[in-house]
Design a protein around this ligand. Structure first.
Ligand SMILES: [Zn+2]
Length: 277
Protein backbone atom coordinates (compact mmCIF):
# COMPACT_ATOMS: atom_id res chain seq x y z
CA UNK A 1 0.00 0.00 0.00
CA UNK A 2 2.72 2.42 0.98
CA UNK A 3 4.77 1.39 -2.02
CA UNK A 4 1.82 1.93 -4.32
CA UNK A 5 1.12 5.34 -2.89
CA UNK A 6 4.74 6.44 -3.21
CA UNK A 7 4.89 5.23 -6.78
CA UNK A 8 1.78 7.13 -7.74
CA UNK A 9 2.77 10.32 -6.04
CA UNK A 10 6.26 10.18 -7.44
CA UNK A 11 4.88 9.64 -10.91
CA UNK A 12 2.75 12.76 -10.70
CA UNK A 13 4.53 15.30 -12.80
CA UNK A 14 4.01 18.97 -13.18
CA UNK A 15 3.94 20.39 -16.62
CA UNK A 16 4.70 23.91 -17.53
CA UNK A 17 7.42 24.69 -15.07
CA UNK A 18 11.03 25.13 -16.01
CA UNK A 19 11.83 21.63 -14.91
CA UNK A 20 12.24 18.28 -16.52
CA UNK A 21 11.87 15.81 -13.68
CA UNK A 22 9.26 14.86 -11.17
CA UNK A 23 10.27 13.88 -7.71
CA UNK A 24 8.77 15.83 -4.88
CA UNK A 25 5.95 14.58 -2.71
CA UNK A 26 3.00 16.93 -2.61
CA UNK A 27 1.74 18.20 0.70
CA UNK A 28 -1.66 16.72 1.18
CA UNK A 29 -4.29 17.38 3.76
CA UNK A 30 -6.83 14.71 4.69
CA UNK A 31 -9.60 14.16 2.23
CA UNK A 32 -12.92 15.71 3.13
CA UNK A 33 -15.89 13.44 3.76
CA UNK A 34 -17.84 12.61 0.65
CA UNK A 35 -21.04 14.50 1.18
CA UNK A 36 -22.58 15.31 -2.14
CA UNK A 37 -24.68 18.43 -2.34
CA UNK A 38 -27.39 17.81 -4.93
CA UNK A 39 -27.89 20.47 -7.54
CA UNK A 40 -30.96 22.64 -6.97
CA UNK A 41 -33.71 21.45 -9.25
CA UNK A 42 -34.41 24.91 -10.64
CA UNK A 43 -30.89 25.36 -11.99
CA UNK A 44 -28.22 23.28 -13.61
CA UNK A 45 -25.66 24.05 -10.92
CA UNK A 46 -23.04 21.33 -10.89
CA UNK A 47 -22.74 19.23 -7.75
CA UNK A 48 -20.07 20.15 -5.23
CA UNK A 49 -18.94 18.62 -1.97
CA UNK A 50 -19.86 20.09 1.38
CA UNK A 51 -17.04 22.09 2.99
CA UNK A 52 -14.54 20.12 5.01
CA UNK A 53 -13.85 20.52 8.73
CA UNK A 54 -13.67 24.16 9.72
CA UNK A 55 -15.24 25.26 6.45
CA UNK A 56 -12.18 24.31 4.44
CA UNK A 57 -12.36 23.78 0.70
CA UNK A 58 -13.43 20.14 0.25
CA UNK A 59 -11.21 17.71 -1.61
CA UNK A 60 -12.47 15.06 -4.02
CA UNK A 61 -10.20 12.23 -5.06
CA UNK A 62 -12.37 9.52 -6.59
CA UNK A 63 -15.96 8.45 -6.87
CA UNK A 64 -17.83 5.62 -5.27
CA UNK A 65 -16.27 2.20 -5.74
CA UNK A 66 -19.59 0.39 -5.62
CA UNK A 67 -21.94 2.29 -7.90
CA UNK A 68 -20.95 0.86 -11.22
CA UNK A 69 -17.90 0.89 -13.42
CA UNK A 70 -17.49 4.58 -14.14
CA UNK A 71 -14.21 6.38 -14.74
CA UNK A 72 -13.38 10.04 -15.32
CA UNK A 73 -10.54 11.00 -17.61
CA UNK A 74 -9.23 14.44 -16.69
CA UNK A 75 -6.84 16.51 -18.75
CA UNK A 76 -4.77 19.34 -17.34
CA UNK A 77 -4.30 22.07 -19.93
CA UNK A 78 -1.10 23.44 -18.49
CA UNK A 79 0.51 26.68 -19.38
CA UNK A 80 2.44 28.75 -16.90
CA UNK A 81 2.14 32.49 -16.66
CA UNK A 82 5.71 33.01 -17.85
CA UNK A 83 5.54 30.70 -20.87
CA UNK A 84 4.17 33.21 -23.34
CA UNK A 85 7.55 33.65 -25.05
CA UNK A 86 7.87 29.90 -25.52
CA UNK A 87 4.43 29.73 -27.12
CA UNK A 88 5.37 32.68 -29.33
CA UNK A 89 8.49 30.77 -30.37
CA UNK A 90 6.35 27.88 -31.57
CA UNK A 91 5.99 25.55 -28.59
CA UNK A 92 2.58 23.87 -28.51
CA UNK A 93 0.89 23.91 -25.13
CA UNK A 94 -2.36 22.77 -26.71
CA UNK A 95 -3.27 19.37 -28.17
CA UNK A 96 -5.98 19.54 -30.85
CA UNK A 97 -5.35 15.93 -31.89
CA UNK A 98 -6.17 14.73 -28.40
CA UNK A 99 -9.41 16.70 -28.30
CA UNK A 100 -10.34 15.37 -31.75
CA UNK A 101 -9.70 11.82 -30.55
CA UNK A 102 -11.95 12.32 -27.52
CA UNK A 103 -14.67 13.64 -29.80
CA UNK A 104 -14.27 10.81 -32.29
CA UNK A 105 -14.42 8.25 -29.50
CA UNK A 106 -17.28 10.14 -27.79
CA UNK A 107 -15.48 10.22 -24.45
CA UNK A 108 -16.83 12.75 -21.95
CA UNK A 109 -13.94 14.43 -20.16
CA UNK A 110 -13.08 17.19 -17.72
CA UNK A 111 -10.42 19.68 -18.75
CA UNK A 112 -8.61 21.50 -15.95
CA UNK A 113 -7.46 24.60 -17.75
CA UNK A 114 -5.13 27.36 -16.66
CA UNK A 115 -6.24 30.89 -17.32
CA UNK A 116 -3.03 31.49 -19.21
CA UNK A 117 -3.86 28.56 -21.53
CA UNK A 118 -7.30 30.06 -22.22
CA UNK A 119 -5.65 33.36 -23.12
CA UNK A 120 -3.26 31.64 -25.50
CA UNK A 121 -5.89 29.41 -27.11
CA UNK A 122 -9.21 31.23 -26.76
CA UNK A 123 -10.83 29.49 -29.73
CA UNK A 124 -10.06 26.06 -28.32
CA UNK A 125 -11.13 27.11 -24.84
CA UNK A 126 -14.45 28.35 -26.21
CA UNK A 127 -14.93 25.22 -28.29
CA UNK A 128 -14.33 23.00 -25.26
CA UNK A 129 -16.57 25.15 -23.09
CA UNK A 130 -19.45 24.97 -25.55
CA UNK A 131 -19.24 21.26 -26.25
CA UNK A 132 -21.47 19.19 -23.97
CA UNK A 133 -18.99 16.36 -24.20
CA UNK A 134 -16.59 18.34 -22.03
CA UNK A 135 -16.57 20.44 -18.92
CA UNK A 136 -13.98 23.12 -18.25
CA UNK A 137 -12.63 23.36 -14.73
CA UNK A 138 -10.02 25.56 -13.09
CA UNK A 139 -6.31 24.80 -12.85
CA UNK A 140 -5.34 28.31 -11.64
CA UNK A 141 -4.38 31.25 -13.81
CA UNK A 142 -0.63 31.05 -13.41
CA UNK A 143 0.07 27.37 -12.74
CA UNK A 144 2.18 28.48 -9.81
CA UNK A 145 2.25 26.29 -6.72
CA UNK A 146 -0.06 26.72 -3.75
CA UNK A 147 2.53 25.28 -1.35
CA UNK A 148 6.16 26.21 -0.85
CA UNK A 149 7.64 22.98 -2.13
CA UNK A 150 6.00 21.65 -5.27
CA UNK A 151 8.20 20.29 -8.02
CA UNK A 152 10.17 23.50 -8.16
CA UNK A 153 7.20 25.53 -9.39
CA UNK A 154 7.19 29.22 -8.54
CA UNK A 155 4.78 29.81 -5.66
CA UNK A 156 1.77 32.05 -5.39
CA UNK A 157 1.63 33.85 -2.06
CA UNK A 158 -1.16 33.12 0.37
CA UNK A 159 -2.84 36.47 -0.16
CA UNK A 160 -2.86 35.97 -3.95
CA UNK A 161 -4.28 32.44 -4.08
CA UNK A 162 -7.93 33.39 -4.29
CA UNK A 163 -7.20 36.07 -6.90
CA UNK A 164 -5.23 33.61 -9.03
CA UNK A 165 -8.17 31.21 -9.18
CA UNK A 166 -10.67 33.99 -9.84
CA UNK A 167 -8.43 35.38 -12.57
CA UNK A 168 -8.62 32.03 -14.33
CA UNK A 169 -12.43 32.12 -14.27
CA UNK A 170 -12.27 35.64 -15.70
CA UNK A 171 -9.99 34.40 -18.50
CA UNK A 172 -12.45 31.59 -19.27
CA UNK A 173 -15.34 34.05 -19.50
CA UNK A 174 -13.33 36.33 -21.73
CA UNK A 175 -12.53 33.42 -24.03
CA UNK A 176 -16.22 32.56 -24.27
CA UNK A 177 -16.51 29.61 -21.89
CA UNK A 178 -20.05 30.02 -20.60
CA UNK A 179 -20.10 27.94 -17.44
CA UNK A 180 -16.75 26.78 -16.13
CA UNK A 181 -17.20 24.34 -13.27
CA UNK A 182 -16.59 25.09 -9.59
CA UNK A 183 -13.84 22.48 -9.53
CA UNK A 184 -10.22 23.37 -8.93
CA UNK A 185 -7.11 21.31 -9.41
CA UNK A 186 -4.06 22.54 -7.56
CA UNK A 187 -1.00 22.86 -9.81
CA UNK A 188 1.05 19.75 -9.15
CA UNK A 189 -1.73 18.53 -6.89
CA UNK A 190 0.09 20.34 -4.07
CA UNK A 191 -2.01 21.78 -1.29
CA UNK A 192 -2.09 22.22 2.45
CA UNK A 193 -4.49 23.55 5.04
CA UNK A 194 -3.54 27.16 4.30
CA UNK A 195 -4.34 26.74 0.60
CA UNK A 196 -7.67 25.04 1.32
CA UNK A 197 -8.57 27.89 3.65
CA UNK A 198 -7.55 30.58 1.18
CA UNK A 199 -9.91 29.16 -1.44
CA UNK A 200 -12.93 28.71 0.84
CA UNK A 201 -14.54 31.98 -0.33
CA UNK A 202 -14.33 30.87 -3.98
CA UNK A 203 -16.62 27.91 -3.30
CA UNK A 204 -14.72 25.36 -5.34
CA UNK A 205 -14.27 21.66 -4.74
CA UNK A 206 -10.62 20.67 -5.07
CA UNK A 207 -10.22 17.69 -7.38
CA UNK A 208 -7.27 15.34 -7.03
CA UNK A 209 -7.04 11.89 -8.59
CA UNK A 210 -6.41 8.25 -7.73
CA UNK A 211 -4.76 7.21 -11.01
CA UNK A 212 -1.62 8.89 -12.34
CA UNK A 213 -1.30 8.17 -16.04
CA UNK A 214 2.35 9.15 -16.12
CA UNK A 215 1.90 10.92 -19.45
CA UNK A 216 3.91 13.95 -18.40
CA UNK A 217 7.22 13.90 -20.25
CA UNK A 218 6.51 10.32 -21.34
CA UNK A 219 7.77 8.97 -24.64
CA UNK A 220 6.44 5.42 -24.34
CA UNK A 221 2.69 5.42 -25.00
CA UNK A 222 2.40 1.72 -24.23
CA UNK A 223 3.89 2.15 -20.76
CA UNK A 224 1.49 5.00 -20.01
CA UNK A 225 -1.46 2.98 -21.30
CA UNK A 226 -0.44 0.05 -19.14
CA UNK A 227 -0.22 2.24 -16.04
CA UNK A 228 -3.72 3.59 -16.68
CA UNK A 229 -5.21 0.16 -17.30
CA UNK A 230 -3.57 -1.25 -14.18
CA UNK A 231 -4.74 1.65 -12.05
CA UNK A 232 -8.36 2.19 -13.02
CA UNK A 233 -11.05 0.98 -10.63
CA UNK A 234 -14.74 1.87 -10.45
CA UNK A 235 -15.04 5.58 -9.64
CA UNK A 236 -11.46 6.40 -10.61
CA UNK A 237 -10.23 9.84 -11.60
CA UNK A 238 -7.33 9.62 -14.04
CA UNK A 239 -4.98 12.57 -14.44
CA UNK A 240 -3.58 13.19 -17.90
CA UNK A 241 -2.49 16.29 -19.80
CA UNK A 242 -3.64 18.33 -22.76
CA UNK A 243 -0.29 19.86 -23.58
CA UNK A 244 1.39 18.52 -26.69
CA UNK A 245 4.92 19.69 -26.02
CA UNK A 246 5.24 18.10 -22.60
CA UNK A 247 2.84 15.16 -22.96
CA UNK A 248 3.22 13.99 -26.55
CA UNK A 249 1.85 10.46 -26.11
CA UNK A 250 -1.52 11.31 -24.62
CA UNK A 251 -3.58 11.05 -27.80
CA UNK A 252 -2.19 7.60 -28.52
CA UNK A 253 -2.79 6.56 -24.92
CA UNK A 254 -6.43 7.63 -25.16
CA UNK A 255 -6.90 5.71 -28.40
CA UNK A 256 -5.56 2.61 -26.63
CA UNK A 257 -7.16 2.76 -23.20
CA UNK A 258 -10.65 3.92 -24.19
CA UNK A 259 -11.64 0.83 -26.20
CA UNK A 260 -9.96 -1.44 -23.68
CA UNK A 261 -11.73 0.08 -20.68
CA UNK A 262 -15.04 -0.06 -22.54
CA UNK A 263 -14.41 -3.72 -23.28
CA UNK A 264 -13.95 -4.20 -19.54
CA UNK A 265 -17.36 -2.65 -18.93
CA UNK A 266 -16.32 0.87 -17.93
CA UNK A 267 -18.34 3.95 -18.81
CA UNK A 268 -16.62 7.31 -19.16
CA UNK A 269 -18.06 10.22 -17.20
CA UNK A 270 -17.14 13.75 -16.28
CA UNK A 271 -15.96 14.63 -12.79
CA UNK A 272 -19.31 16.29 -12.08
CA UNK A 273 -21.07 12.97 -12.51
CA UNK A 274 -18.70 11.25 -10.09
CA UNK A 275 -19.12 14.00 -7.52
CA UNK A 276 -22.88 13.98 -7.86
CA UNK A 277 -23.39 10.25 -7.61
ZN1 LIG B 1 -0.82 21.22 -14.15
Amino acid sequence: MVITLVRRVTAACVLGAALTACAATPHQAPQAPRVARPAPSATSAPPTLAPGPGGLTPVFKNGSRDRGKTVALTFDADMTADQGPRAAAGEHFDNPGLIAALRALKVPATVFMTGRWAEEYPDQARSLGRDALFEVANHSYSHYAFTDDCYGLPTVSGDRMRADVERAYAAFRKAGVPDARPYFRFPGGCYDRRALKALTPVGVTAVQWDVVSGDAFATDAEAVSRQVLEGVRPGSVVVMHCTRSAAPTTERVVRTVVPELRARGFRFVKVSELIGS
